[in-house]
Ligand binder design. Structure first.
Ligand SMILES: NC(=O)C1=CN([C@@H]2O[C@H](COP(=O)(O)OP(=O)(O)OC[C@H]3O[C@@H](n4cnc5c(N)ncnc54)[C@H](O)[C@@H]3O)[C@@H](O)[C@H]2O)C=CC1
Ligand SMILES: O=C(O)C1=N[C@H](C(=O)O)C[C@H](O)C1
Length: 255
């Protein structure tokens, strides 16, 4: 069963949303509400009583990096599956989540740095291209109300690119430039330069720029509207109960 079909609450998956009054949370509430096979049972934001989502089978979290770990630990403790879009997931945090899940074998958690299908493909294409180019830089562009930089998508892309370069035996990218002003060459994530642009009018955009002798390749993805993330979020909500343990990224769900 998919969107727009008549709801049968007895059969629908009970979904709660954390961060429900945020930009993403509001979009998720709309998407879940209009999906025939999902039932929006609780919408929680800062200051609300989180225990209201205790009746949910799946919780969707789009909050902030400061609070997401506490939310996730609580959901796992309650035996509630979780779909997480919130950023801030270092390897150390992912290991912590794996540790919590080890004590709750039936519970599934999907954490995706980006739920846009095009963004997932952009990251896959970038990982594939990485071994063929001596130079690579990532330019991410977002709306100015975004709290963190670099974006979770850029950090994840840098990780994938660095891994592919290491597997191909590539060394550091050639660069003789000295920073005359600190930050002029961007930040370094896993040895990859990442540049974060913030401007009104933007939503979420990223370019991965590759270069080698006589040619460049630019892989670009643009989210112009937060609706672009919803097919990925709904896919994860429908799948997470069938995937115990931690799933990072949407890739496995799209195969
Ligand atoms: N994975 C993906 O595809 C995407 C991820 N994001 C990420 O999702 C997160 C949220 O993004 P936005 O919606 O733009 O931010 P936002 O600032 O509009 O929304 C965050 C919401 O969380 C609420 N909140 C804070 N503490 C809370 C708590 N303890 N319990 C419940 N709610 C709480 C805030 O009051 C706010 O309403 C960010 O980390 C962002 O980078 C955003 C877009 C797509
Ligand atoms: O804050 C946002 O807006 C986004 N956050 C995620 C990130 O940091 O990568 C995903 C997308 O880029 C939008």
């Amino acid at each position: 069963m998919t969107d727009e079909q008549e709801k049968n609450p007895a059969e629908a998956v009970r979904v709660g949303v954390l961060g429900a009054r945020g930009r993403m949370g509001m979009e998720v509430c709309k998407a879940v509400d209009s999906a025939g096979d999902l039932d929006l049972v609780a919408t929680i934001d800062q200051g609300d009583d989180r225990s209201a989502v205790a009746g949910a089978e799946v919780v969707v979290d789009f909050t902030t990096p400061d609070v997401v770990m506490d939310n996730l630990q609580w959901c796992i403790d309650q035996g509630i599956h979780a779909v997480v879009g919130t950023t801030g997931f270092t390897e150390q945090r992912l290991d912590q989540v794996r540790g919590w899940l080890a004590g709750r074998p039936g519970v599934g958690v999907v954490i995706a740095p980006n739920f846009g299908i095009g963004a997932v493909l952009m990251m896959q294409f970038a990982a594939r291209a990485a071994r063929h180019f001596e130079s690579v830089e990532i330019i991410e562009q977002h709306h100015p109300r975004k709290l963190d930089a670099p974006s979770g998508t850029a950090t994840h892309t840098a990780r994938l690119v660095a891994q592919a370069r290491a597997e191909a035996g590539l060394g550091p990218t050639p660069d003789a430039t000295r920073d005359e002003v600190p930050g002029a060459r961007g930040a370094e994530v896993d040895g990859v330069r990442v540049h974060a642009v913030r401007a009104a009018g933007l939503v979420a955009h990223q370019e991965v720029l590759f270069g080698t002798t006589g040619e460049t390749l630019t892989i670009r993805h643009d989210s112009y509207d937060r609706a672009s993330f919803m097919p990925g979020v709904l896919l994860a909500v429908r799948e997470v109960r069938r995937r115990p343990g931690l799933t990072v990224g949407l890739d496995a769900l799209l195969d």
